[in-house]
Every structure is written in C-alpha cells, then in structure tokens.
Design a protein around this ligand. Structure first.
Ligand code: CDP
Length: 234
C-alpha cells in the first residue's frame, strides 16, 4: 500500500472529490491544501485588501494576524482565527483573489511546514498544486489530474450553482483560465506535473472511474513503467 499519495492539478480537475473519496476508501487522512490558501485570502478580503495591496509587498505584516487551524476529516474543516470558515472560503470573491495570494513566497513559506507536518502525520491523500513537487516530494504515488478547461469550468459552475451561487459560466471559465495561468507561471512552487507523476485526464471519466483507477494504483505493490502507462488516459 502506498502510504502518501499526492494529487496535483489545475482548478476543477476533480481533485477534491476524488482525493476525498480515495482517502475514505483507503482509511487515510484527506488533506485539502487549497483550503489554507483560501482561508488566508478570506482574511485579506475581510481586511479590505485587494490585488494592489498584495503587490505592495506588505504581506508579511498582514500574515501576523492570521491563525489557521485545521481539522482534517472527510471534509477538511478550516478555522480562521478560531472561526469555522469552511463554507465562506468557497465563494467567487475568494476564487478571484486566491491565486494572487498563493503566488506570494511569504504566504507559501508560512503554510508549507504545517501542510507537510500534517501530511506526514498519518497515511494520507493530499491534494493541491505543489504536493508532488514541494510538500511531499517523497510521496509513494503522485497523480496529476487534469481535464479540458471547458469541462473544468462547467464542473465548477455546477458546484457553485448547487451551493446557490448564481455565476455566469463565462465568468467561471475566465477565472479557471486565469488561475491556471497565474498558478503555473509563478516563480515559487508553480503548478506543474512532478516528473514521476501519472497523468490522468478526467474529461471523459466519471468520479467513480477515476477513484477506481487511483485506488488500484495506491494498493498495487509497484506501479512502475508499464502500469503507469496503463492508467495514462489521454
Ligand atoms: O478547488 P480548486 O482546484 O479550484 O482550488 P483549490 O485547490 O481550493 O486552490 C485554490 C487556489 O489555491 C489555487 O488556484 C492556487 O492558487 C492555490 N493553491 C496553491 O497555490 N497551492 C496548493 N497546494 C493549493 C492551492
């Protein structure tokens, strides 16, 4: 059994849903690292800060008033200065700012050690953008989940609609593309596929199919070259 599983990929590729179900099936800890970046972003929004303020390089000062506590579980519950913000971090306002916050090295340094410590505390499935490359480079299985941008935007749009947030599909697509671009071009821990990651394109797969593939990879003794190819969905 692989003890530490890293799942990376762009917005809306299905990481959260798949990682949560996989962790549940394996009896592992599930850790959503995006929730940390979202909580810091919510804090900045509540302080009335925008992109321009972040660009002025005062982030370290603003971070002094942030305390994040996390309660890993089926759903990662996240607390910002003692308040449960698990729902409040999933809004279009947070979506619009989070990648600007996440590209700041101060923010990444602030979050890296705590994410790594939690991830290594138990067998785990950890999802994000830099898990296979920075947070858990020693992970036993690395997966890079991806899907066509339109498919990812549609999924995100549906998710928001189910939560009662009516947003134009085009706005969601624009946000997904913008975040992909900022996340993959930043200099500090960019979104990129680890060299030893298995790529799974989820565009035409159901959640159950993806979870099944990952479960097989996680539980087989050795998923070397040929098995990796078997699961490479192009
Ligand atoms: O769910 P979705 O993939 O849309 O986003 P998320 O995982 O909640 O992450 C939100 C944002 O946080 C991403 O767009 C990245 O800018 C940032 N992030 C990151 O930089 N590194 C991570 N390990 C996780 C998230």
């Amino acid at each position: 059994m692989k003890q530490h599983i890293a799942i990376d990929g762009p917005a809306g590729a299905g990481k959260s849903t798949v990682a949560r179900l996989l962790a549940w099936r394996l009896g592992y800890l599930y850790l959503d690292t995006g929730a940390f970046y979202r909580a810091v972003t919510l804090h900045f929004l509540e302080l009335g800060l925008g992109k321009e303020d972040l660009e002025r390089g005062e982030i370290a000062r603003f971070l002094q008033s942030v305390r994040i506590d996390i309660c890993p579980g089926d759903e990662t519950r996240i607390f910002l200065n003692g308040r449960d913000v698990s729902r409040d971090i999933r809004t279009p306002e947070v979506d619009a700012l989070v990648s600007y916050v996440a590209k700041a090295p101060e923010v990444r340094n602030f979050l890296r050690e705590v994410q790594r410590r939690i991830a290594l505390s138990r067998p785990s499935v950890v999802e994000g953008r830099d898990i296979g490359t920075v947070i858990l480079p020693e992970a036993d299985l690395k997966v890079f989940l991806t899907a066509l941008p339109e498919v990812r935007a549609r999924r995100r749009w549906r998710e928001l609609a189910l939560r009662g947030k009516k947003v134009d599909y085009k706005v969601v697509l624009k946000n997904v593309l913008e975040r992909d671009s900022i996340d993959s071009q930043r200099s500090c821990a960019p979104l990129q596929q680890a060299q030893d990651a298995v790529v799974v394109d989820t565009s035409h797969l159901t959640v159950e199919e993806v979870v099944e593939k990952l479960y097989i990879m996680a539980t087989e003794e050795n998923h070397g070259g040929s098995c990796g190819c078997l699961f490479r969905v192009l």
